[in-house]
Design a protein around this ligand. Sequence first.
Ligand code: ZN
Length: 373
Amino acid sequence: MKLKKIVWTMASLLCGVLLIACKSQAPTDFYTLEDFSRVEKIDAHVHINRANDAFVRGARALGFRLISINVDYPDFPPIATQQAITEDLYQRYPREFAFASTFSMDGWGEPDWLGNTLEQIRVTRERGAIAVKVWKNVGMDVRGADGRLVMIDNKNLMPVFDFLEQEQFPLIGHQAEPKNCWLPIEEMTVNNDRQYFAEHPQYHMHNHPEFPGYEEHMERRDQMLEQHSSLRFMGAHMASLEWSVDELAKFLDRYPHAVVDMAARIGQLQYQSMHDYEKVRNFFIRYRDRILYATDLTQPPTGSDEEFLAEARNVWLADWQYFTSDDEMRSSNLNGPFKGLKLPAAVIDDLYHNNARRFFNKAFSNNKTAQHN
Ligand SMILES: [Zn+2]
């Protein structure tokens, strides 16, 4: 009896130890830097402009899947080349890689533009695209026969968005620029914007009052969304509301089908968290199911893959440190220190994985026939 009692006591003690061990896996836990490579992550906004698999493989080694977004951007390879590169990677790595297609604004105003565009979207979807992107050339560059800029709520664009809404095929929208673009250099919030617009005054809208203002771009985009209340929309770059988590919260409340990615705007969040830490942290916790981790990392057509991968790793690690730790950090984008948000692991899983899986529900499936639905 006595021996039995000892065994029982030991068993109880062991259970206690196990319980403590289990408790350390509770959802209120936090990740550390050591968890970085083992946690499943998705970078929901990158650009692969090179016909090799170095980025996909390098990402995978660090626990990342990639979503590459094709763009109607003159500094990138032609759309057909982007499509060929991403389609090939998808064929080879359907579980690790996904891509969004895009459509060209060439031929806008011609009678066959709409038919060709819808056909282009259908074909790329059949070839595996999980979404389609509309870029800021709509609103900032393309002009109609009347010489006026084609805005995102242009009536001749509506059949494209009607089709996407009807098909429940996600639209990725990048409209306008960071709000800094409409401010004088000295009022801009982050150094990368200061430098970019100083070097590219032609794109610095503060110098070009003849172009639409920031607010007009936001209103037109919202008009389009009002008319497509069940469109699955991802606002790229924090939906160009990167300067205010309050404005972003209003946007997400107003459009329950919308999500946003944080590509190339994490510096803006760090800037806000320098000034109101709790507000930014609470924003992420409250909207944890509406925000997708993304970087805008762009693999160029030429150059060293090793250097690019080293840069990607640095970006990913610095972001991971910002979101998972409460370390005091510095960045070349900001002129002062800021503190990591130390978000709970369950929130990190949403931002880095679950939201992209849910929103792009056809992504990373091995079942290619499922893509044809
Ligand atoms: Zn991008």
